[in-house]
Design a protein around this ligand. Sequence first.
Ligand code: C5P
Length: 242
Amino acid sequence: MARRRQIYEGKAKILYEGPEPGTLIQYFKDDATAFNAQKKGTINGKGVLNNRISEHIFTMLGNIGVPTHFLRRLNMREQLIRQVEIVPIEVVVRNIAAGSMSKRLGIEEGTQLPRTVIEYYLKDDALGDPLITDEHILCFGWASQEELHDIADLAVRVNDFMSGLFAGIGIKLVDFKLEFGRIWDNDYARIILADEISPDNCRLWDATTGEKLDKDRFRRDLGGEVEAYQEVARRLGLMPEG
Ligand code: C5P
């Protein structure tokens, strides 16, 4: 592989300098972490599956007019993306109570929420990604009022589209995490969807059996991680021969 400049290494991905200015290459690793990296492991083949699944979802979102950083897939583990200035907020969208919401608020896992809930977490590993409100975001300037409006609007559009997409293949979209970035055009910044959408950052439950088809298999030591990710890819029509 040709030598190229590494821009950033995260828990599940590496970003390299792209072929043209304003582009990056996003490489999907097999590494898995949970609980703010206190639990670490490897899921063989995860990077390949997430690259395909994320490509598929970002392409469809682009087709319905959601601006995203995705340009094209380059190979099994890499995609070409637009370089953005990442907004330091993790946006979680919830349709069904699970995970930290269930724990924090004592709502039983699996409870259908009467309305979709959007939560914001500060992207800060040292602080353990604390839950924040829009007041904090505006107070500390992590995003402007207008940007926050665009972020919430895009999060709802992504949720509407993805809920339908997964419902059509017998999967409940319980919750998921999004990240957004800024693209600067002179002194005006536009918000676009960044990062990835895959079973690493979505909760996906089989609509009939309730089986978990996402990273909770790793977080909760349930086993069968690769098979679960493959099943999601298969139902999305993405599995190669065999
Ligand atoms: O852990 P919690 O219940 O808050 O997670 C909500 C959703 O956000 C889950 O789908 C989880 O996979 C995703 N998430 C993530 N990265 C984080 C925290 C949560 O992808 N750092």
